[in-house]
Write a protein that binds this ligand. Structure first.
Ligand code: ZN
Ligand code: ZN
Length: 283
């Protein structure tokens, strides 16, 4: 049985220093492909160092996460725990950072600037309208820029969406993209048909193992088979029974939970999500 982890952050300081072992354990657990998503200029360099482990089939993706689109360089882990940092979310310019991203992705697309960096993806980007983030206008603008680039270069785009489903749908209508991965999907079941029409795939992480996550579990049942993906979102959100930090080897626990919810075998979920993810990420 082989598994495809459609979203994680191997560049994170909780995993990167031990990357060799993390990848060995993933391989031993049958995780044959992994998408590594960058979130800010601060971690792109580390993302791009991941493919040096050539033995492992990593797919790289670079984006500006909605948490970081207002600031210059902020690591993924430094912000959410510091609510007082909101004030520092002044406009230091995501546009400048996006320009760098665009150059990297274009260079990869055309093979310019030396060897292609093997990044096939755009994102993690998106919208997070949780209370603590006040930069909604900038988030929307930054997200739309990612979608436009994804359309132009025909790249899959990985999207983070929290409490912003209405605006997400409006923006996807205005800025259509060919393949959109809604990672750690937390939207309502009712949204799935409309989002599917807008070229979205739906990826589920460790929170499907939580019996209280009723909305997520209902969605994991309702998503059409051909649009279903699974991920660890590691190092965050360890599935039930797994220790922190989370890592790709734990993907089997997510696969089992989704299989149980859908009333099919784990082998079926593994094969289905592997096929779907291979299609989306063109690998
Ligand atoms: Zn996310
Ligand atoms: Zn993520």
């Amino acid at each position: 049985m082989k598994l495809f982890d459609a979203h994680c952050h191997l560049q994170d300081d909780l995993l990167f220093p031990d990357l060799g072992n993390v990848l060995e354990r993933a391989a031993a657990a049958g995780v044959e492909r992994i998408v590594v998503c960058g979130t800010s200029p601060d971690d792109w360099a580390q993302v791009l160092q991941c493919p040096k482990k050539e033995k492992y089939a990593l797919t790289l993706s670079v984006g500006i996460h909605p948490w970081f689109c207002s600031e210059h360089c902020h690591s993924l882990r430094s912000l959410p725990h510091h609510d007082s940092d909101e004030a520092s979310l002044a406009s230091l310019g995501w546009k400048e950072n996006f320009q760098t991203l665009e150059e990297m992705v274009r260079a990869d697309a055309t093979g310019e600037k030396g060897a292609p960096m093997l990044s096939v993806g755009i994102g993690e980007c998106g919208l997070d309208f949780s209370e603590r983030f006040k930069n909604r206008a900038e988030q929307e603008e930054c997200f739309a820029a990612h979608l436009d680039l994804a359309r132009e270069l025909n790249r899959p785009v990985t999207v983070h969406c929290v409490q912003a489903w209405g605006r997400l749908i409006e923006i996807l209508r205005e800025h259509p993209a060919p393949k959109i991965v809604l990672h750690a999907f937390g939207g309502a079941v009712e949204l799935i048909p409309e989002l599917s029409e807008l070229n979205c795939w739906f990826s589920f992480c460790g929170n499907v193992t939580n019996p209280n996550a009723k909305r997520v579990r209902a969605a994991a049942v309702a998503v059409p088979a051909e649009r279903l993906l699974i991920e660890t979102d590691s190092p965050d959100f360890p599935p039930a029974g797994c220790e922190a930090p989370n890592e790709p080897a734990n993907l089997i626990v997510v696969a089992r939970a989704v299989a149980e919810l859908r009333g099919v075998s784990v082998e079926e979920i593994a094969e289905l999500t592997f096929t779907n993810a291979s299609h989306v990420f063109r690998v």
